[in-house]
Ligand binder design. Structure first.
Ligand code: 2U9
Length: 336
């Protein structure tokens, strides 16, 4: 039987080698390895052999089966699914498949361009943890214990003293804890607030805050820096106005508007017919914040400001729903 097995092996391997499509390979598989196939037939015949011949023939039959299985596998991965007669050659006239190109998220791009402006104005960029202590998020910023923002409805608490930062001011506190004045930093990053999600609120958004501390820093420096920022960011001469406001960490505090650049301050749906767009909050750092970080409030003054990156990007590009930034819909993202 050994010569027969050898013949079958030669014939099967040759046929498999010559096969050019998946259908043919399948036919050969059934012919050789099928339940009533050639290999099964050899196995059956083997049972009638004298016991002393069985081991050698058995071994040869198993090797035959293995060789066919191996070659089948190899050929299957290399052969086209189309039958040989309809074999398709590579069509050079077809247009190429353009590879998808990645791009930066619009929020990252907005942060990058804001960073560039402040770097040119002499600021450096600082980062800090998103999981923070009560002290860095509230206490050091002069936010009183009964302030509504400390409520569990307005801050994500992980434990009594540990929370997801609700503003990036924590970063400036950490910078001041680690270095003496002068300080000129901006702090971009994620902040978290358990707001009910709607077209203008998200539980996660991004802020860029800035801080400048030195001897003799005044509100005039703040106005210059913010005006310079707005003019460069919106790439046009902007009108700017400062409205009095209150923040626990700055005194005096202001909200800053720019003349609506969509309607040239005439009144439109983006500025709710007001002609002005609120772009950020700011003020002179409250002396009690300097005391908390060990700066001498008699010697140093400083200004701080904060802006929501999503809001700034929405105003710039005329986006009317903040949720778009987190939905990962490429039809939206690919536009930037
Ligand atoms: C230190 C001292 C003072 C940062 C400031 C604002 C005003 C402000 C809002 C803008 C839109 C938050 O994202 S928003 O909801 N921010 O109006 N932020 S002053 O003041 C600081 C920061 C750090 C040490």
């Amino acid at each position: 039987m050994l010569p027969k097995i050898e013949n079958v092996r030669a014939e099967a391997l040759e046929a498999l080698q010559a096969a050019t499509d998946a259908d043919e390979l399948e036919r050969l598989r059934v012919r050789y390895l099928g339940r009533k196939g050639v290999v099964a037939e050899i196995m059956a015949e083997m049972r009638g052999l004298p016991p002393e011949e069985k081991p050698a023939v058995g071994r040869a039959a198993n090797e035959l089966k293995q060789a066919i299985t191996d070659l089948l596998k190899k050929k299957k991965s290399g052969v086209s699914a189309a039958p040989a007669g309809r074999k398709v050659a590579f069509d050079f006239s077809l247009p190429g498949r353009r590879p998808e190109r990645g791009r930066l998220h619009p929020i990252t791009r907005t942060i990058d361009s804001i960073k560039d402006i402040f770097i040119r104005l002499g600021f450096s960029v600082a980062v800090g943890p998103e999981v923070e202590t009560n002290y860095h998020n509230f206490e050091a910023l002069n936010i009183p214990l009964d302030h509504p923002s400390r409520d569990a409805f307005d801050t994500f608490y992980l434990r009594d003293d540990v929370l997801l930062r609700s503003q990036t001011s924590t970063v400036q506190i950490r910078v001041m804890e680690h270095q003496p004045p002068p300080v000129r930093v901006i702090a971009p990053g994620k902040v978290f607030r358990p707001d009910t999600v709607d077209a203008s609120h998200m539980f996660l958004f991004h802020q860029i805050e800035g801080l400048m501390v030195d001897e003799g820093v005044t509100l005039a420096d703040l106005k210059y820096v913010l005006y310079e920022f707005a003019r460069t960011f919106y790439d046009r001469d902007v009108k700017m106005r400062f409205r009095p406001h209150f923040f626990p960490f700055t005194e005096p505090s202001v909200e800053v508007d720019i003349g609506c650049f969509i309607c040239e301050a005439k009144g439109c749906s983006v500025c709710s017919q007001k002609g002005w767009l609120e772009i950020l909050g700011a003020g002179m750092v409250d002396p009690s914040v300097f005391e908390a970080v060990g700066y001498d409030p008699e010697r140093y003054t400083g200004f701080a400001f904060g802006m929501g990156v999503e809001r700034i990007a929405m105003l710039k590009h005329g986006i009317d729903d903040i949720r778009l930034f987190l939905e990962n819909d490429l039809r939206f993202l690919a536009q930037f």
